[in-house]
Design a protein around this ligand. Structure first.
Ligand code: GLN
Length: 485
């Protein structure tokens, strides 16, 4: 095994025993990145110098016996998370030259652990999309089949982990943007409970849905990263002052005493046969591990989640993106004497088509006379969905669904059909609407293309879903398969 293929916990063991140095590990990751990037295009910025200097410091810390599990381990950060002194573009022309003067809370936390930041990951512009094709710079390619998308919007983060460019990554998830690419690339991805991880320094898309989370090579790593980034932050008014448990302590390989539900609405019409078969086999495996399975759960409002999401998310986006007017920061059109024309042209040239589509949808839904018909109604649907989850969790410890209805699609296949693109999130976005946590883990392949299983938990029930995910992972080999690149 080459060093970039290590997991966090494997790397930590070697780093702590001084059998591998962070400088060596970082160099190996940067070299592999250099070799693979022309094919994958997962990164927008490679921070080689920063990584090398952080690796040297990490080695000093490790030599002093003061290592944290993340000390000296190279990480890739989705380019929607503010990194002090390092460009944060959101894969948009609007922020192409934006260098944040501050770190997001999650970055402060990673830096305090002695992390090595090796680059910023490509994404759909402002996190709007499901394929990373809406990046203003270039599309990212799936390492399992370069002609296919890696999913999105955290496609660059998922690819960097799946192709062993970095050891782990951070992404953001508003409607599936961590879990769907994790599923498409056969890595682990978690969206924590809304309020579990601080959003301070996360460039806002839809503030009531956005959440930062880990993308990793296995479930143990996911727990380690969640330990590092979770917790209350007084700079994010929606972060919740719940105590943070040690998430690595719930990782046991037996599911006795747990009851798992399979909501039938997630096995949607048009679902790929191979995905369905793989999921059924995975659920049988959970049963063998001791869990009691109820195959007949119903969450009847699920079919309305997609419509509600595409009212709520664009409405919030239209408000959040109003700040890009060319005055304070970001791209600015200056070739005019008129203030109005300057703002108009700034937004015309600074935003891509998908972002403009969302702004128009949101502005329409919020406009006078339409507010009650669209936004208010969508919020009512949101309440129904949330209640159905609350109800289900009085009976079940976790719910099991596919992460996506299909395997990764071809680059270009859905680009001209926004509705088809939106449909690739049917299984993930109800979870953001309800604010509950969910994890996607590798659950097989169809014709060599990855399939993800989603495990959904109750609010602040991350431990239960990590436990289910870990037991399944220990009993299967999917997570050990590497994309042959
Ligand atoms: N694909 C969904 C969208 O385009 C979700 C994106 C996300 O989670 N950031 O809105």
């Amino acid at each position: 095994m080459i060093p970039p293929q290590l997991t966090i916990h494997e790397a930590h063991r070697l780093l702590k025993a001084r059998k591998l140095s962070s400088v060596e590990l970082t160099k190996a990751c940067l070299e592999r990145t250099k070799e693979l990037e022309p094919k994958l295009k997962a990164l927008v910025t490679v921070t080689g110098e920063l990584a090398s200097s952080q690796a040297e410091k990490a080695d000093q810390r490790l030599a002093g016996g003061k290592g944290h599990p993340l000390t000296g381990v190279p990480v890739v950060i989705k380019d929607v998370i503010c990194t002090k002194g390092v460009p944060t573009t959101c894969s948009s022309r609007m922020l192409e030259n934006f260098i944040p003067p501050y770190d997001a809370t999650v970055m402060e936390k990673l830096n305090a652990c002695g992390a090595v930041i090796m680059g910023k990951a490509n994404m759909d512009e402002f996190a709007m999309g499901s394929s990373t094709e809406h990046s203003a710079f270039f599309p990212t390619h799936n390492p399992w089949d370069l002609s296919r998308v890696p999913g999105g919007s955290s496609g660059g983060s998922a690819v960097a982990v799946a192709a062993d460019e970095g050891i782990y990554a951070l992404g953001s998830d508003t409607g599936g943007s961590i879990r769907q690419p994790a599923g498409f690339c056969s890595v682990v991805g978690m969206k924590p409970t809304y309020g579990r991880v601080s959003r301070y320094g996360l460039v806002a898309f839809a503030s009531s849905l956005d959440q930062i989370g880990p993308l990793t090579k296995d479930v143990t790593d996911c727990a380690i990263v969640l330990n590092a980034i979770a917790g209350y932050d007084n700079r994010d008014s929606t972060s919740v002052p719940e105590p943070t448990p040690d998430y690595t302590r719930c990782l046991t390989s037996d599911l006795k005493g747990l009851t798992l539900g399979v909501p039938r609405e997630y096995f949607v019409e048009g679902m790929q046969a191979g995905v369905k078969t793989a999921l059924q086999a995975a659920i049988k495996k959970l049963e063998e591990l001791g869990a009691k399975i109820d195959w007949e759960v119903s969450l009847p409002s699920t079919p309305y989640a997609l419509a509600a999401y595409y009212i709520i998310a664009p409405s919030e986006a239209s408000a959040n993106l109003a700040r890009y007017d060319g005055v304070k920061y970001g791209f600015s059109y200056t070739d005019t004497d008129s203030m109005w024309e300057a703002m108009e042209k700034t937004r015309q040239f600074g935003f891509g088509d998908e972002v403009k589509r969302r702004i128009m949808l949101g502005t329409y839904a919020l406009s006078a006379g339409y507010y009650d018909a669209y936004y208010l109604k969508a919020q009512k649907v949101r309440t129904l969905i949330r209640r159905e989850f609350d109800q289900a969790f009085t009976k079940y410890d976790a719910l099991i669904t596919p992460t996506s209805p299909t395997v990764p699609f071809k680059i270009g296949e859905k680009l001209d059909d926004p509705l088809q693109m939106y449909l690739s999130d049917v299984c993930t976005l109800p979870i953001n609407i309800a604010g509950v946590p969910a994890i996607s883990i590798p659950a097989g392949f169809d014709d060599g293309l990855p399939i993800g299983m989603q495990v959904i938990g109750k609010p602040f029930g991350e431990e239960a879903i990590l436990k289910v995910a870990y037991a399944y992972e220990q009993a299967t080999e999917w997570h050990k398969q590497r994309a042959g690149i």
